[in-house]
Write a protein that binds this ligand. Sequence first.
Ligand code: HEC
Length: 235
Amino acid sequence: MFPRSKPECEKAQAHNISRCCNAIRGLKIICLVLPLLFSSSCAQEMMNQKRVDPQEATAAWGNRSSMRALPAHTVPAKESIMDQMGGPHATLWQARSPAEEILPPDKIDESNLPDIPATLNDSHNLLETVQRGQNRFQIWCTPCHGQLGNGNGEVARRGYYYPASFHTPRLRAKSLGYFFEVITQGKKHMPAYRFMIPPDDRWAIAVYLRALQFSQHAPESMLTETDLNQLKTKP
Ligand code: HEC
């Protein structure tokens, strides 16, 4: 039925508008309530998902224990950095006899520095030695010295002493034997690593340290013609 007179028309219009408003209001309520319904069902699912409680048995592992044993040489992270550095905290850091319990020296005695074993330094094994050194350096040294060896490691940035950068004229002039001794004995605030890094790995790290130094500062006289040409070509 269509309204015919003007007042009838106006009445019908007003009626339609109010119906339209009601529909929009209804939609708004649905839009608000729907996400609430979904979010509550999500929370429920997360609470009920599969998991093992502490000490609960599991069929996943042979010994039926859901708690996994810590990997060997795991270091507790609870103590403050100063505690860790001031006193050995894991068996790894412990000297095996009181005679070995020497604090790192303030200065390395440079009168009798050792030489790298020829087997690690010969041209057949050199690449292998550098790669081994890179691998060990990244594990043992980057926390304080940083990937580049500029002394900007995470441990230093979180409050430990900032180590010197390896890219200074003084350290560029040091021999591999000097680096080996710093790793072996430690120096001032740097702990000794002789208990956890075997000698061949200490040498490999020393060799890598030299490679790191060259990565930032290689004398032109050491470069081949191909290297020099590459340097001259614009990227
Ligand atoms: C716990 C932090 C820490 C770690 C890990 C660490 N160092 Fe150091 N290192 C230092 C600090 C601090 C110094 C500065 C020592 C000082 O006060 O003379 C330093 C100094 C040095 C120096 C320079 C010595 C000098 O004459 O100035 C060398 C080389 C060095 N470290 C090599 C290494 C190598 C290689 C490793 C890995 C095997 C390593 N460090 C691991 C903290 C660390």
